[in-house]
Design a protein around this ligand. Structure first.
Ligand code: GAL
Length: 673
């Protein structure tokens, strides 16, 4: 396997986006001095610097960047060097206004923010290739260079463009994907509402229409957009590989499901040398550390289980949400180290020094406006030391107990218009299933529906509406071979073209679940149904109910009221050597936990030690040894049982038996042996 870790970095990565161009050079000396004080090992540079690096077409000014890289190198700080292609200069747009993206309503965006790019635009591609080439020629073997950071967060703030040139590009994409217009007609079901085409040249992007457009067209446009953006990444990556061999190339993902929904990260994970991710807490009062854990698990899974790197998070509040609370004391360290527990090879931030000007001046940073006599700075310095003390775990892998099936393409399909209920939300299902597993202290890998699942005793499938035939077979074989599966409603319904599988629902999963669904019966807002089941448990459901007909499955919970009263609500099917559960309503948390608990019993997963719900315990292991992370998100001290004696790395103390984890603290034990 090629070494894809940042070149020359011998510790975990600790640092952030460094934007020295926002400051006079006199400040840079203080920057590097304070970076040393904080234990910074790597910074991301130049991500938005195109306008300064190429002030006029073909005229370059690399002097300032030379000085920045040399200064960082002389202080032993590694560089994650950006290609600035997310922020083309004003002169570029004035020469090529058609490179600005157009909305579905036909409005062209203006220059003056960032990321305003029509990814199909040939002038943009040429200009991006040129600046990338110049950077790679100049810095490809610079001694400070650890890795390349292509672009920034592809897919946001705008992904799809609906301009005429994208329309032409889309038609070419369709020609490759389908061959003929008749095949497109068939896939999209254009017989409906008279949408039939007699030539590919008649097809446009799914621009604004008076009422709902064709769902197959909309779904394919998402695929086309994702593929087009990926072409641009590949173009830059290939230039960098050619001119800067041996240096890993990445682009920062946003796998948290709330933060970017336009890229199929399963495909992207295969393109980068090192998977990197940005994660920001959505501070709407929920348990933010659960969403963080989920994003980290998803990122690790996109990396195929290999180590990855958290390239951005925040030291305290952000400034782009309606309300942006500061992080509580200790919360930054818990956040950073939770990412490390779940596979990150370090913790990086946006950004090093808080800006005085521009749109993000109220966003927290490692070095706040208030300078070094601040709580944030003191916590940053402390975290730098903590991260440094964990450096021996580089290369170890996080151990997972169960898998969750996730597919961006199925999510896209589910978000199309005119579904049985707008209250159904695939992401919410994934969040809820994840939260139940988290509360049971089970570490989760995510898996593509067609991936090999045989390593997992338990696999959960929250709302896999779009299930290809191959995915259906895969899940069926998994159970036949002894696995335990838990499937939620609105799964297995359509194929890759959003066409309903033939026969009764859920077409792709009928056999494995041992049932059919005659009809969906979503509930009105605020309506709830009661369920009756074993042991007197009476959970409730909302949003969705179904008329389920068992065909081999046993009924475990039954609807007690509502239109479906007396019908099965939750079923269990012994199939081959395994078991498949089906949940036909949106169960309350207690009910979902009861189902997952029974499924975990079927999967012979021993219950985890009696730990408080918000004490997170995760293991990383490898040739270097075995590391147990205990993260106490509660306000009470906790005790975590250890498998054996070891050394607690943040305090340097010996640990055995039950590890004391003070309220709000993190402990990492390197187990002996
Ligand atoms: C990220 C972005 C950074 C910065 C940050 C603020 O999405 O990559 O450049 O804007 O958000 O939270």
């Amino acid at each position: 396997m090629p070494d894809t870790s940042p070149r020359g970095l011998t510790r975990l990565a600790f640092g952030g986006d460094y934007n020295p161009e926002q400051w006079p050079e006199s400040v840079w000396q203080e920057d590097v001095r304070l970076m040393r004080e904080a234990g910074v090992t790597m910074v991301s540079v130049g991500i938005f610097s195109w306008a300064l690096l190429e002030p006029a077409p073909g005229a370059y000014d690399f002097g300032w960047l030379d000085r920045v890289l040399d200064l960082l190198h002389s202080h032993g700080i590694r560089v994650d060097l950006g290609t600035p292609t997310v922020a083309p200069p004003a002169w570029f747009y004035r020469a090529h206004p058609e490179a600005l993206p157009v909305t579905a309503e036909g409005m062209r965006h203006e220059f003056g923010s960032r990321g305003a790019i029509c990814h199909g635009n040939a002038d943009y591609r040429a200009a991006a290739a040129a600046i990338t080439t110049r950077l790679a020629e100049r810095y490809g073997s610079h001694p400070a260079l650890a890795m390349w950071h292509v672009h920034n967060e592809y897919g946001v703030p705008v992904s799809a463009c609906y301009c005429d040139s994208c329309a032409a590009h889309f038609r070419r994409w369709l020609a490759t994907a389908y061959g003929t217009v008749d095949a497109v007609n068939e896939a999209w079901g254009t017989a409906f509402w008279g949408q039939h085409y007699t030539g590919l040249e008649q097809i446009n992007p799914p621009r604004a229409t008076p009422t709902v457009g064709n769902p197959g067209q909309a779904l394919d446009y998402r695929r086309f957009t994702d593929a087009t953006i990926r072409e641009n990444f590949r173009m830059e990556r290939d230039i960098l590989h050619r001119l800067s061999p041996g240096v890993p190339v990445t682009t920062n993902f946003m796998t948290a499901l709330s933060q970017c929904d336009s890229l199929d990260y399963w495909a992207w994970g295969r393109e980068v040398d090192l998977v990197t991710n940005d994660h920001y807490l959505i501070t709407d009062g929920r348990r933010t550390h659960v969403n963080l854990a989920m994003a980290a698990d998803l990122t690790r899974s996109v990396a195929g289980g290999a180590p990855w790197l958290l390239l951005e998070h925040s030291t305290s509040g952000v400034n782009w949400q309606p309300r942006n609370p500061a992080k509580a004391p200790g919360q930054m360290a818990r956040n950073s180290l939770a990412h490390v527990a779940r596979g990150s090879e370090g913790a990086m931030f946006f950004q090093w020094r808080q800006s005085r000007r521009g749109a993000e001046k109220f966003h927290s940073a490692m070095l706040p406006h208030g300078g070094t006599d601040t709580r944030v700075w003191r916590e940053v310095v402390e975290l730098g030391a903590s991260v440094d003390s964990l450096s021996t775990l580089r290369g170890t892998r996080t151990e997972a107990d169960a898998a969750m099936v996730w597919d961006w393409q199925s999510w896209w399909a589910q978000n199309l218009s005119w579904r049985p209920s707008e209250d159904h939300d695939a992401r919410e299902r994934a969040d809820s299933f994840y939260e139940v597993l988290y509360d049971r202290h089970l570490t989760v890998d995510f898996a593509h529906p067609e991936a090999d699942l045989s390593a997992y005793p338990l696999v959960v499938v929250p709302a896999l509406y779009l299930t290809t035939e191959a995915a259906g077979r895969n899940l069926t074989e998994y159970v036949r071979d002894g696995g335990t599966l838990v499937v939620s409603y609105f799964s297995g319904i359509v194929d890759e073209h959003d066409a309903v599988h033939e026969g009764a629902y859920p077409g792709a999963l009928r056999d494995v679940l041992g049932l059919t669904v005659e009809e969906f019966s979503p509930l009105l807002r605020d309506d709830r149904v009661r369920l009756t089941g074993p042991d007197g448990e009476e959970p409730t459901g909302d949003v969705w109910t179904e008329f389920v007909v068992p065909r081999g499955a046993e009924t475990v919970w039954t609807y007690a009221d509502g239109l479906t009263a007396g019908r099965p609500a939750v079923t269990r099917h012994r199939f081959g050597r395994g078991t498949a559960w089906y949940v036909s309503t949106r169960l309350d948390t207690r009910g979902l936990d009861a189902v997952i608990g029974r499924a975990a019993d079927d999967a012979r997963i021993a219950p985890r030690a009696d730990l408080p719900r918000d004490v997170e315990v995760v293991r990383r292991s490898g040739e270097q040894g075995s590391y147990l992370f205990a993260i106490n998100h509660t306000a009470a001290d906790a005790k975590v049982p250890l498998d054996g004696p070891g050394t607690e790395l943040l305090t340097g103390e010996r640990a055995a038996g039950r590890l004391a984890v003070p309220a709000g603290a993190v402990r990492v034990v390197r187990l002996d042996g």
